[in-house]
Design a protein around this ligand. Structure first.
Ligand code: BG6
Length: 516
């Protein structure tokens, strides 16, 4: 049945195109010869260009140690876009705005040269003088060096009244633990004000993740139920079928807790559990996230095993293909105790959530890639159908699918057609992409566009980051010891649902299937 037009007017959703960033600016990418730049950043910028998401006049300046020229840089960028399967029809117009400047990251003279080049490019390309977005696509050990050098070269200075701005875009990991996150934060703060810093979390840039706030706060029917009185538990799952791939060097120092929990899982938790901000603005949204992180019950370090299951993938099979164990992956220590899977039960100590467990699960080399949030409601207080159905009624569940299904699903009980009272689980289903909708924005394109527009809503703020590290610290400290003890790190076959031990901790199986 089609909804009546007064409920779903034809104009809904119009006027939601890109807002072209106002000031013609230069985007400087440090680490321009690296993988991230070629695979993600340049294709994302070209995507923005194709969709009018870049300012009318712009420059993209690659900066790295290699001695490349502008033309060689343009050619590499073209290859990246071709490999990403992009339409190269307007490539030449885009490529005219690409430049390359060799830099030595620790060398002040390099930054003076860069500053001079940027001034010349401002004139050549007719940019608003001094509007710069510095993107750190370098290895994390260089973040502090580059941020500090930019400050010393005067490149972080801005004069907003005169329309000159300077912003820094940083990728995770933001530190390795609480101390290093604070140190990095302090170095960056020595050059850039917090309002100039854009710490990317690509999960926040996913359309369906942003939709969580809209679902909760643009509708009146969910929020009254969104609390301990009606919700039994919340599950946030991000499982991946991919293994560690070519990233052993990084992953061996990170593991699933630093790679997924300290950032993406915490962001999902914040969006599901935070209190409503009074406006959808960066500071108000991030204030509420920080408040939520402050309410996390400190993890019971002495009793870690009760609330945390860690795993690592062993050899296995998926789709008839043999898959190597984590310890046999190239670059991984054959005795590694780094967890590739974790299931965690945590509690939010505030009025709204007291007593409601939150289960967070994430792992690599699992059966399939699924990112999904389940809000499990409580059973009805009294079942008047008990005599007829002979069992308890199934409680309602709201499923927020992020990947691969981008959907919202509400499961409820309905009468099965027939002469007797028989119940069945039915549901209402909303698919995020309707026919005729524009394709989803790439998360990097969204992040870069927001950074150019100066909108920090979808980026980590330093206080939220430190609060999460503070929460994770005892877990990490405990795990670095416990993962070593036989029996604490649960092996699971690659291609499986994860370690059985996690099943015992989770409310009902790892993959509660969607009711049909
Ligand atoms: C990254 C992690 O931040 O997120 C990766 O470093 C992980 O290990 C990836 O694979 C998952 O992102 P997505 O968008 O594919 O769910």
């Amino acid at each position: 049945m089609n909804p009546p037009p007064e409920i779903l007017p034809a104009l809904d959703g119009l006027g939601c195109d890109w807002q072209r960033p106002a000031s013609p600016c230069a985007i400087v990418i440090f680490g321009a010869s690296g993988d991230l730049t070629g695979r993600k950043l340049l294709p994302a910028l070209y995507d923005l260009f194709l969709n009018d998401g870049l300012p009318e006049r712009f420059a993209v300046v690659g900066a790295a140690r290699s001695a490349l020229g502008d033309e060689a840089f343009r050619e590499r960028a073209r290859q990246g876009a071709r490999e990403a399967g992009m339409d190269l029809g307007r490539w030449d117009d885009f490529a005219a705005g690409l430049f390359y400047q060799a830099v030595e990251y620790g060398e002040p003279a390099s930054y003076a040269q860069l500053a001079g080049r940027l001034d010349r490019i401002d004139i050549e390309r007719g940019l608003a003088p001094g509007c710069r977005l510095f993107n750190l696509a370098v290895p994390p050990v260089l973040y502090a060096t580059v941020a500090q050098a930019l400050g010393e070269a005067g490149l972080s200075r801005q004069n907003l009244a005169a329309g000159r701005w300077s912003r820094l875009v940083v990728e995770k990991p933001f530190g390795y633990d609480l101390d290093s996150a604070r140190e990095l934060g302090a170095v960056i703060a020595g050059s850039f004000d917090e309002s100039q810093v854009f710490r990317i979390d690509h999960y926040m840039a996913k359309e369906t993740v942003q939709n969580i706030l809209v679902l909760r706060f643009a509708n009146a029917i969910f929020e009254p139920l969104w609390n301990r009185n009606y919700i039994d538990y919340v599950r946030i799952n991000a499982s991946e079928s991919l293994g560690v791939e070519h990233r052993a060097g990084y992953y061996e120092g990170a593991g699933v807790l630093r790679d997924m929990f300290q950032n993406h899982m915490m962001q999902l938790l914040a969006l599901v559990a935070a209190e409503p901000p009074s406006r959808f603005t960066a500071e108000r949204v991030r204030d509420k996230e920080a408040e939520l992180f402050r309410c996390l019950r400190p993890f019971p370090a002495a009793d870690l095993g009760e609330h945390l299951v860690l795993g690592q993938y062993a050899a296995g099979q998926a789709g008839g293909r043999k898959m190597a164990a984590y310890r046999a992956e190239p670059g991984v220590d054959p005795h590694s105790v780094i967890p590739t899977y974790a299931a965690m039960r945590l509690w939010v100590d505030n009025w709204r959530w007291q007593g409601v467990p939150f289960y967070l699960t994430s792992g690599k080399r699992l059966k399939r890639k699924v990112t999904r949030i389940d809000i499990q409601f409580k059973e009805v207080p009294h079942s008047l159908f008990r005599d007829s159905v002979g069992a308890d009624l199934k409680a309602n569940r709201l499923v927020i699918g992020i990947h691969p299904e981008e959907e919202i699903f509400i499961a409820f009980q309905a009468k099965q057609p027939g002469p007797r009272i028989c119940l069945r689980t039915s549901g209402l289903h909303f698919n995020y992409s309707g026919p005729g909708d524009r394709p989803h924005l790439d998360a990097y394109a969204k992040s870069l566009a927001d950074a150019m527009a100066g909108d920090q809503t979808l980026f980590w703020r330093q206080d939220g980051l430190e609060l999460c590290w503070q929460f994770m610290q005892p877990v990490l400290a405990g795990c670095e010891v416990c993962a070593d003890v036989p029996g604490q790190l649960h092996m699971y076959p690659a291609g499986s649902y994860g370690p059985d031990a996690a099943l015992n901790m989770l409310p009902q199986g790892i993959w509660p299937e969607k009711p049909s």
